[in-house]
Design a protein around this ligand. Structure first.
Ligand code: ARG
Length: 483
């Protein structure tokens, strides 16, 4: 048995404690069964700290070598699944440190010089979250590319655009998809912005006040890749703040919440579009389920679940904000509660992004590399729906304005024309020219160009509008941006 290892948390503290923790309190205070996912960050952070301690001659070169050797073994044990996680050792940090000491003796006990679990855990969570943000950024790009593919294939497909869920004006389905690409692009920007503040180093703050050892915090920051936009080491500049605030986790969860809100809005549309009353699209069977009682059903389970899971991420955001609001400086154990909501937010977000990318864009065909099996669009159903509800009424008003009528009068004139069309049970474009001329004598047969869905679409050529040429320009811009 190596000397002086500790197997129980009380042994990690000191001789000060005169009675052991009850089993219930042990379970209540332990985090090892959820924070063990920080193991890689914990080892990386410890190695950077140890290297700096050796460079500063706070520990010897042989201690550093022993720590590196021990950590390599621990890493292998965890990867192999043979590492024994002990509830008695409370959390990932104490588990790894205890094993290190068991493996390399006194060198292991020197690792914690000038460090506290308070700056250690804040560093670990930041390192872990930084990598997850990078992954989420690339998943957001994958989803945007999938949506862009659908947009490209559907520039000229027309569906009704809605306001108040009432048919408003015809829009290109490609344009509709690009609305979501914009949302996910902003989400990716937000993630990149959050990353800047996540990627700063708390280590060296020790428990709360800094430490008396001559630490080189900037060196540790460099080793860990915590570098700012100017290429300088990014180090938290106030020890009390560094160990205690979890605002970076809150802002990440806020950014994640917005992604989920966007996913949820899109899900709501998919669900509507798949219903028999719309019949606009189909998604592949593997994203739907049947009913145990109604044999005809194909339910949009994946979009529904995503809409539901957005609520859970909103809940995590509220949880984290509430966790923080009453805490005095500096570290409080409350902060241990940051992990499960943060972890679940990351897991939910990554799974949702992956599944939506495949559901929307399909999977690459191994032979051609092209995406197949994504959303199937029912073009006639979309166009038929756009023909209902007098979606080109605004176009008739604009036509009259071009003939010299003030817009308000044109609006009124068209309202009378729509009323007539309703009573004839036909579309505006189906009213004979003589009838239309009864509403305004300036109307000539070129009016039918603007009353068609396509004419209406082509007319909306302002920057960001739904005219196919504009939509194509936007697709090109996004393609160039996403690579
Ligand atoms: N498991 C703890 C957490 O997640 C580590 C920090 C504990 N610090 C302390 N002073 N008890 O916050």
């Amino acid at each position: 048995m190596p000397h002086n290892q500790f197997d129980k948390k009380s042994e990690a503290w000191s001789a000060l404690f005169s009675e052991p923790m009850s089993e219930l309190v042990k379970r209540y205070t332990a985090s090892v069964f959820f924070d063990q996912r920080l193991w890689d960050a914990d080892i990386t952070g410890s190695l950077a700290h140890a290297k700096m301690l050796a460079a500063q001659k706070i520990i010897g070169a042989e201690d550093l070598a022993a720590i590196e050797r021990g950590m390599a073994q621990i890493r292998a044990e965890i990867e192999r699944g043979t590492f024994e996680w002990k509830l008695d050792l409370e959390d990932v940090h104490l588990n790894i440190e205890a094993r290190l000491t068991q493996l390399v003796g006194d060198a292991g006990k020197r690792l914690h010089t000038g460090r506290s679990r308070n700056d250690q855990v804040a560093t670990d969570v930041r390192l872990w979250l930084r990598d997850e943000i990078d992954l989420i950024g690339s998943l957001l790009n994958d989803l945007q590319k999938a949506m862009l593919t659908v947009a490209e294939q559907n520039v000229d497909v027309i569906l009704p655009g809605f306001t108040h869920l009432q048919v408003a004006q015809p829009v290109s389905f490609g344009h509709h998809m690009l609305a979501y690409v914009e949302m996910f692009a902003r989400d990716a920007e937000r993630m990149a912005d959050v990353r800047r503040r996540v990627n700063r180093l708390p280590l060296g703050s020790a428990a709360l006040a800094g430490t008396s050892y001559p630490l080189d915090r900037e060196r540790v920051a460099r080793t860990l890749g915590m570098i700012d936009e100017r290429g300088q080491p990014a180090v938290c500049q106030n020890s009390l703040d560094a160990v205690s605030d979890r605002d970076f986790a809150i802002e990440f969860t806020a950014a994640a919440t917005l992604v989920m809100v966007h996913i949820s809005r899109f899900s709501e549309e998919l669900i509507l579009w798949m219903s028999q009353n719309f019949g606009f699209i189909k998604i592949a069977d593997r994203f739907t389920t049947g009913s145990s009682i109604m044999p005809q059903k194909k339910n949009p389970d994946v979009p529904e679940l995503a809409r539901g899971k957005s609520g859970r991420v909103v809940g995590h955001l509220m949880g984290l904000i509430t966790l923080m609001k009453g805490q005095p400086l500096a570290y409080n154990k409350d902060n241990q509660e940051d992990k499960e909501p943060l972890f679940d937010t990351v897991d939910t977000l990554k799974d949702t992004l992956r599944i939506f990318t495949e559901m929307v864009g399909g999977q690459p065909n191994p032979a051609t590399g092209r995406l197949e099996g994504g959303i199937t669009v029912n073009v006639p159903a979309m166009e038929q729906a756009a023909l209902k509800g007098y979606a080109t009424a605004t176009d008739l008003a604009d036509y009259l304005v071009k003939k010299g009528l003030p817009f308000r009068d044109a609006h009124e004139t068209v309202a009378r024309a729509v009323k007539a069309a309703i009573s004839h049970n036909c579309d505006l474009s189906e009213l004979p020219l003589t009838v239309l001329q009864g509403f305004h004598p300036g109307i000539t047969k070129d009016v039918y160009d603007v009353l068609s869905l396509r004419g209406s679409l082509e007319a909306r050529h302002t920057l960001g509008g739904t005219a196919p040429a504009q939509v194509k320009a936007q697709i090109a811009r996004h393609r160039a941006r996403l690579g």
